[in-house]
Design a protein around this ligand. Structure first.
Ligand code: 26V
Length: 797
């Protein structure tokens, strides 16, 4: 496509789709016109892929996830369709700003963090590989809340990505599925009829997900909840206006908001309803499609693989058994066997507070037939294994992790260490009964978004150096290693990084009114705010470093910018205090005449996918400092490595594998191992001892306590300092001294920029394994037993 053809397509859509004249069009109109012009190209490829799938008898993969953190889609589409020259050229002819148009797109935040972003990377990789697949999720009207700061405090505001028309989705009113809740069950022998008391409709919206070079396209199908019976005219005519609209409002509530956490009791019922709504609609759709092609449900595991993303859709086990047994008349044990052979479950966390359970009373009320089937599944599992305990239904609760495990043929962890910990802790007994069931599939990230598109300077340099085949064959980055001692290449690598840092500095100056020096270390910690991720360890080290500079302001300090980003659960008080402390510290430190040349703290609000794309290419140092054993994998760690940042980190999650890949000498390791953490926790008084042994730590804590950062309210951070001094479950104090040491090694290493950059080159060159294409191939061979539909170009085939 030429720029002038693109220009015609844009103008056509501006006039005939948006009904606007070029003279009066706003950025929004241009953005939509460009999106539709690009979308037209995608649709042809997408249809071709869909036709190929229907004609091929190939196994389909279904990815069920309550979250898809897809972010903006326009640039992704342009890059994957290789339309960048056409688009930029066309906009130039129209005297429009390409970047401004891209930035106008709302960031679709249909997920909380790692789990949701992983699902989005997987969708893109499955399309790039040409695997016939479909993602199923919920079309939340409001995604993850928007974060803003008021006097340093986090304020949540509703996110409204759908307040404007969404350019990428196609409404499918013909795909409307009835979903029931509650009611009663009538048993007929082994089978039963379920008569729900409440009904609503799941309506589909499809978004095409196009792979690299537009070779293949899959569908992300998101469900919207709608009332079964619309508006009650009779009530309205009686003057009961609110009551007339009530059923509609209630039904729509189901797809209204993404749950930002699992820490509240309130609203839990709605969450369970969301989970069932999502899972039941998706399974119906899968079975309907299967039955349109085959007539023997015993073939289901051969033709469909259904991946359960964490336990959120784990009700799929009993629901699939219900469909097969109650509705299709299959024998119960056979139905369980077929369901198991079709389903597999990914675990994303071992934190006890995040493992889902549902009270039997609530579950029995909302899903009476499922409750009965869960007991029968437990009973069958006991007979199969000769065990007496290990039930999904136990102690008055349904344990969704156990249910997911016993209803899956494979259960996977998301990094090597995490998978081993699954086997030795949370799933120990189940693993002993089913030693082949747990497998590892270390996470990955899509290199199209997380290098090619977000870092054009570096990706351009890489393509100039080794050609562009790395984009869908990331291991080719290893060819860069040969250039690690080539001075011209290292200089060019450094120049790309520096230019990215200059861009970020300008953005920080404009949006946060803080000036930062692009020649300082850009030290970045971006992720959800959690005690286990230990942003407070980073904050304490920052304070200690600041104090050291104040003691000796004329020494030759290595300048640093500490950049934080992330949202705290709205009702996670401790995490919100960590956010406020970081902001309070920024206020004090950025205006300290003794230190501000050497140390700045910035915390841009509302960390999301788009902000990640802006920050990561400009990072020198990636902070991956969770308590060992707590971060299942991490995927931010991979994005930083790919973009040539060095990591300071613990032996946790995929850090372990990243360090093995890049080499121990190219990674700033510190802290206790997972085993040491478990041992240390048994000793009392570990925090007090660590504080007594390191005066820097004691002094940093004392600074917070004294109110230096909160002069108007000296006791503001009492709970943080008390917790760290007396409990410190996450071992912040015990790891402080070693973290401090590693940070000083960072300072020393950064003074030799050439050597630092050489190390950065090696990080990028050895990051090939971190591609989500590799992860998906692992799922295909170990779990799904599925094959790509096509080698080469689908449109050409
Ligand atoms: C649980 C719930 C429960 C109901 C309310 C909403 C909600 C939201 C999230 C969760 C659990 C989140 C688990 C999670 O995100 N784990 C992260 O998964 C990443 C991808 O595998 C991994 O890289 C991170 O280490 C892990 O923390």
């Amino acid at each position: 496509m030429t720029p002038s053809e693109m220009k015609d397509a844009i103008l056509h859509h501006l006039v005939y789709t948006l009904g606007k004249d070029a003279a009066t069009a706003h950025v929004y109109d241009w953005r939509m016109a460009l999106s539709f012009a690009v979308r037209d190209r995608i649709v042809d490829r997408w249809f071709a892929a869909t036709r190929r799938t229907y004609g091929s008898n190939l196994k389909r993969v279904y990815y069920l996830s309550l979250e898809f953190l897809i972010g903006r889609l326009l640039k992704d589409a342009i890059v994957n369709m290789r339309l960048e020259e056409a688009a930029t050229g066309a906009l130039k002819e129209l005297a429009l700003d390409y970047r401004e148009i891209l930035e106008d797109e709302p960031d679709a935040a249909l997920g909380n963090g790692g789990l949701g972003r992983l699902a989005a990377c997987f969708m893109e990789s499955m399309s790039t590989i040409g695997l016939p697949a479909m993602g199923y999720g919920i079309r939340y009207e409001n995604g993850l809340f928007r974060q803003r700061f008021e006097d340093g405090r986090q304020i949540e505001e509703p996110e409204d990505w759908l307040s404007q028309r969404h350019a990428w989705e196609f409404e499918r009113p013909e795909v409307s599925i009835d979903i029931g809740f509650g009611g009663h069950v009538q048993e007929i022998g082994s089978r039963a009829n379920w008569y729900p008391s409440e009904m609503l409709i799941a309506m589909a919206h499809d978004t095409p997900v196009i792979g690299w070079k537009g070779r293949w396209g899959n569908t992300l199908r998101l469900w919207e909840s709608r009332p079964m019976h619309g508006f009650d005219l009779a009530r309205f005519n009686r003057g009961e206006y609110a009551a007339a609209a009530e059923p509609e409002a209630l039904a729509r509530t189901l797809s209204r908001v993404l749950y930002p956490d699992d820490h509240t009791e309130q609203g839990k019922e709605l969450r369970l309803k969301q989970e069932f709504f999502h899972t039941a609609a998706s399974l119906r759709d899968i079975i309907r499609r299967f039955e349109s092609e085959y007539d023997d449900l015993k073939l289901l595991p051969k033709k469909a693989a259904i991946q359960i993303n964490d336990t959120h859709p784990a009700i799929a086990g009993p629901e699939l058994v219900r469909i097969l047994h109650d509705e299709r008349g299959m024998d119960f044990e056979e139905a369980v066997g077929i369901a198991r052979a079709t389903l597999s479950y990914t675990n994303h966390t071992l934190l006890p507070e995040a493992l889902e359970t549902w009270g039997e009373a609530r579950m029995g009320r909302l899903l009476p037939r499922h409750m009965q089937l869960i007991d029968r599944i437990d009973d069958l599992h006991r007979r199969e294994t000769g065990t007496h305990s290990l039930n999904a239904h136990q102690d008055g609760k349904v344990h969704m992790g156990t249910l997911g495990f016993i209803m899956a043929h494979k259960v996977n962890g998301v990094a090597a260490l995490h998978t081993e910990l699954m086997k030795s802790t949370v799933f120990k007994e189940l693993h002993e009964l089913h030693p082949d069931r747990i497998v590892n599939e270390t996470n990955g990230v899509t290199p199209r978004r997380w290098l090619l598109s977000c870092n054009p300077r570096l990706s351009g340099l890489i393509t100039d150096t080794i050609g562009e085949d790395w984009v869908d064959d990331l291991e080719q980055l290893e060819k860069l290693e040969a250039h690690a001692d080539d001075s011209a290449f290292v200089d060019a690598f450094l120049a790309a990084k520096r230019a990215n840092k200059v861009d970020l500095s300008q953005w920080i100056a404009e949006t946060l009114k803080v000036s930062v020096d692009p020649d300082s270390i850009f030290d970045i910690q971006v992720k959800r705010i959690h005690e286990y991720k230990r942003q407070h360890l980073n904050l304490l080290e920052t304070i200690a470093h600041w104090q050291e500079i104040r003691d000796n302001p004329n020494a030759d300090w290595v300048p640093r910018v500490k950049i934080f980003g992330g949202k705290a659960f709205p009702n996670y008080i401790y995490a919100k205090e960590m956010v406020r402390l970081a902001n309070d510290m920024a206020t004090v430190m950025n205006s300290d005449p003794l230190t501000s040349r050497y140390l700045k703290v910035v915390f841009p609000p509302n960390y999301n996918v788009s902000l990640a794309e802006r920050l990561i290419p400009a990072a020198d140092l990636s902070e991956q400092i969770s308590t060992a054993g707590k971060e299942a994998s991490g995927t931010g760690n991979m994005k930083f490595t790919l973009n040539g940042a060095l990591t300071i980190g613990t032996l946790d999650g995929a850090n372990v594998e990243i360090r093995d890949l890049v080499g121990a000498e190219n990674f700033f390791l510190f802290g206790m191992t997972a085993a040491e953490v478990m041992e240390r926790r048994k000793e009392g008084g570990h925090a007090a001892r660590a504080i007594a042994e390191d005066p820097r730590l004691g002094r940093a804590l004392e600074a917070i306590r004294s109110g230096i950062f909160s002069p108007d309210e000296p006791g503001r951070y009492h709970s943080i300092t008390e917790n760290l001094t007396h409990h410190d479950y996450f071992m912040v104090c015990s790891d402080f001294t070693d973290y401090w040491r590693a940070q000083r090694e960072v300072d020393a290493a950064f003074t030799d920029r050439k050597q630092w950059t050489r190390t950065a080159v090696l990080n990028t060159a050895r990051a090939g394994w971190l591609s989500s294409d590799r992860t998906i191939r692992g799922y295909m061979s170990d779990i799904w037993h599925a094959e790509p539909a096509t080698e080469g170009d689908v449109a050409a085939g």
